[in-house]
Design a protein. Structure first.
Length: 283
């Protein structure tokens, strides 16, 4: 990846984070921590891998994305808004009763959403079903990407989806774990330890990689490996090491920011930090 392209992606991600804060602050509710931790992965997938635009969003052969950790919808909405799927100013109406940007993604009402999600474990399961459809029914072999949370991996349905994906040899399926180590009740290791996630995914039959989820070179290398893995008969699993609340100093690695909105003063601080980051990247 060229330095210029990396800077463009960093700028896009900084703008996504800025709109995440704007949306959650305006709504006075939402999930900023996990939204900020998966922002760089979303930025890369939508800008470099999906190839989906508002004009091509209904094409049957398009690649798909499912946000399995649906409570982190603010990051997905900001990404779609910046790509022109709707007016980004709609983020200021996040979670309003008459807004199409609700607390969890809804395919029925929100442009660009491939699957409605929210109940943890169901997103990866439906994404696996999409990959089965692409490989065996439509036979277009489009690629399916999904992001799930490490707290979500405590759900049994997740492991059923992993087992099914390996059984059906879904080499067109890429699972990305946003591994920030925190969930609503605290540290994942304290609530219900997942152990060696990469080893478990590999034991289930996946090709695996561990990456820095905030480094675009690391993300791209793993995605290139996924592309090269097509035809192997093995689904792909990426452990994306990340920081909850990435980009905002007082939210970073703080489980208290799993699901609450910033106060007026906290909003001003977050916006000041993110605006400075955007200005530096634009310069």
């Amino acid at each position: 990846m060229t330095q210029e392209r990396k800077k463009q992606l960093q700028l896009f991600a900084a703008k996504v984070r800025r709109w995440v804060i704007e949306g959650v602050y305006s709504a006075k509710s939402g999930h900023p921590g996990g939204s900020l931790s998966c922002t760089d992965i979303l930025t890369y997938i939508y800008n470099e891998r999906l190839g989906v635009t508002p004009e091509t969003a209904d094409e049957a052969s398009r690649n798909r994305f499912v946000l399995s950790k649906g409570h982190c919808a603010p990051a997905l909405y900001a990404t779609l808004g910046l790509l022109g799927f709707f007016d980004i100013e709609e983020m200021k109406r996040l979670r309003n009763i008459d807004s199409f940007l609700q607390g969890h993604p809804c395919k029925q009402y929100t442009p660009g959403i491939d699957m409605s999600t929210g109940s943890l474990g169901q997103g990866i399961s439906t994404a696996s079903g999409m990959a089965i459809n692409a490989k065996y029914l439509d036979k277009t072999n489009y690629k399916v990407y999904t992001i799930l949370g490490d707290g979500e991996m405590q759900e049994g349905e997740v492991w059923e989806a992993l087992m099914s994906s390996a059984h059906y040899k879904l080499d067109n399926f890429c699972v990305i774990l946003d591994n920030n180590g925190l969930q609503i009740d605290g540290k994942v290791d304290d609530v219900m330890s997942l152990g060696d996630i990469e080893a478990k995914a590999r034991a289930f039959g996946f090709e695996t990689r561990v990456i820095d989820g905030h480094d675009f070179d690391s993300i791209e290398k793993a995605m290139n490996d996924f592309d090269a893995n097509m035809g192997s008969g093995k689904p792909f699993f990426i452990v994306s090491k990340s920081h909850k609340g990435q980009g905002v100093s007082f939210m970073t690695d703080n489980p208290g920011w799993h699901g609450k909105a910033p106060s007026d003063e906290e909003y001003k601080t977050a916006v000041s930090e993110l605006d400075a980051a955007i200005k530096a990247l634009e310069g």
